[in-house]
Write a protein that binds this ligand. Structure first.
Ligand code: SF4
Length: 468
């Protein structure tokens, strides 16, 4: 596929997105012979469901073969019963939940991907986005590769099959330098589990322990769910290989700096997860506190947009000394898949999903805390809803800075045109969404909240400075 057709399709896909950035996948892996790996992986995927709702899958190795079950939908829809894989005495497994950025929503794009090549079987689960995917695909297709999916994740399997060696570690060492962008990969062969992060560590990956066995997951909440303990985060450019003999760590690619996506703290990760030793809930609370210090306002109540902004809203309320109220209720029974990719349906979707509590907001000056504004359409509808519900004033406060640049590393905002903050000043955005006032947290405020060195993070969508 040409890069032009890829970007055309991408633009088309983007125009169909709902107005919130989306994470692009969660991964889980476990090496634990004799354990009920199917159920453990299934439960871990439930814990990671917030990272992707379009498809789910599990690959299990029985020591000789890899068995795969995957499909479109939520974990509960793909695995309503576990019968299909139930009787397999597995030694290791990987699982994946997907939200598509590159490649769209085709059923064949569900992961893990499974290939059988001259060195055996290989299952792959990927979180991230390769910035040179179109070029690589072009090159491989010219050399004779036939792709089964439209995802960038499949590239690594072709590179390994074409240029790889007998063992997976040497193959990865040889082919990883071809890849540019954000990638956290889990690989499963008949007898080993491999996890690695790109040299910037843009997407997270943590290592945990379940009794005497090792587990890997995008977020530590998956460890809690299955009773595993967090050991540490995998470092940027680090590869861990887990086999019957134990675990071996290698710095497979040199890493000069970390560039973890700061949105993991602001929006993507579950509040009960810890990243780089910091708890996501506590960071969000601090984001809200610093937001209140930077943008105080005379108001009656503070409320948050469920679910990811509730913690920041409570921090804001505490700092400013105003009551924190549930001013907006989310209908939890509308899955994201309900929101069909048509503008008119999308409009209805917001109203079905969120509803202001009239008796709480009527006649009040309301501070509404949200974690971000991407396209601005949801914020506009929210402000309108609050006014319609009787709010006297609606003060929007955003617990991140203005998003001015696209993300090329796996988050669903890939063009300047779709970003309301790209070409407009704050006052113009305020007018666009119709709020009484609007305040964004500064980049410094975000960094102070996270409490880790600024050079450890990717801030590209706020600053326009891309680490890759
Ligand atoms: S550009 Fe923004 S959303 Fe993308 S990885 Fe960097 S911080 Fe995260």
């Amino acid at each position: 596929m040409s890069s032009a057709s890829t970007s055309r399709r991408r633009r088309k896909n983007n125009s169909l997105r709902k107005d919130k950035m989306e994470e692009a996948c969660g991964v889980f892996g476990i090496y634990a012979p004799g354990q009920d790996l199917l159920r453990l992986t299934n439960y871990a995927l439930y814990a990671l469901q917030h990272r992707g709702q379009e498809s789910a899958g599990i690959a299990l190795s029985d020591g000789d073969n890899i068995h795969l079950k995957k499909g479109p939908g939520l974990v509960s829809e793909v695995f309503p019963h576990l019968r299909d894989l139930e009787d397999i005495p597995a030694v290791a497994a990987i699982g994946h939940v997907r939200y598509s950025t590159t490649g769209g929503t085709r059923p064949e794009n569900a992961q893990p991907l499974l290939i059988r090549y001259r060195h055996g079987s290989l299952a792959v689960a990927h979180n991230g986005n390769l910035v040179n995917a179109a070029e690589l695909r072009d090159r491989l297709e010219k050399e004779g590769s036939i792709f089964q999916t439209t995802t960038d994740s499949e590239l690594i399997t072709h590179l390994i099959a074409r240029y790889g060696y007998n063992d997976l570690e040497s193959s990865l060492k040889g082919v990883l330098p071809y890849l540019h962008g954000a990638y956290t990969f889990l690989f499963l062969t008949e007898d080993k589990l491999v996890g690695l992060r790109d040299p910037y560590g843009i997407r997270p990956l943590s290592l945990g322990r379940l009794n005497d066995h090792y587990v890997l997951a995008s977020e530590t909440c998956a460890f809690d769910t299955i009773g595993a303990e967090m050991i540490r985060d995998i470092n940027p450019g680090e590869m861990v290989v887990i086999t019957r003999e134990g675990i071996k760590s290698t710095q497979i690619l040199p890493s000069h700096r970390s560039a973890l996506c700061i949105f993991e703290f602001i929006y993507f990760a579950r509040p009960d997860s810890n990243i780089n030793g910091e708890n996501v809930h506590l960071v969000r609370k601090k984001l809200g506190r610093l937001l209140a210090r930077e943008h105080p306002v005379a108001a009656d109540i503070v409320t948050g947009v469920p679910d990811s902004s509730l913690t920041a809203a409570s921090g804001f309320a505490e700092e400013i000394g105003l009551p924190y109220e549930m001013g907006l209720i989310k209908n939890r029974y509308i899955g994201r898949t309900f929101i069909q990719p048509r503008q008119e349906i999308r409009n209805i979707g917001v109203q079905l999903k969120l509803n202001p509590v009239k008796k709480v907001v009527e006649g009040k000056r309301v501070v509404v805390v949200d974690d971000s504004i991407v396209r601005g359409t949801t914020s506009k509808k929210l402000v309108n809803m609050f006014f319609k519900a009787g709010a006297k004033e609606v003060h929007m406060r955003i617990s991140s800075s203005a998003i001015i640049s696209p993300c090329y590393y796996g988050i669903d905002m890939q063009t300047h045109e779709e970003l309301v903050g790209s070409k407009r000043k704050i006052e113009e955005i305020r007018q666009e969404i119709g709020a009484t006032s609007l305040g964004y947290l500064s980049i410094q405020g975000m960094l102070d909240s996270v409490g880790l060195p600024p050079e450890d993070f990717c801030l590209a969508c706020f600053s326009g400075e891309y680490p890759i």
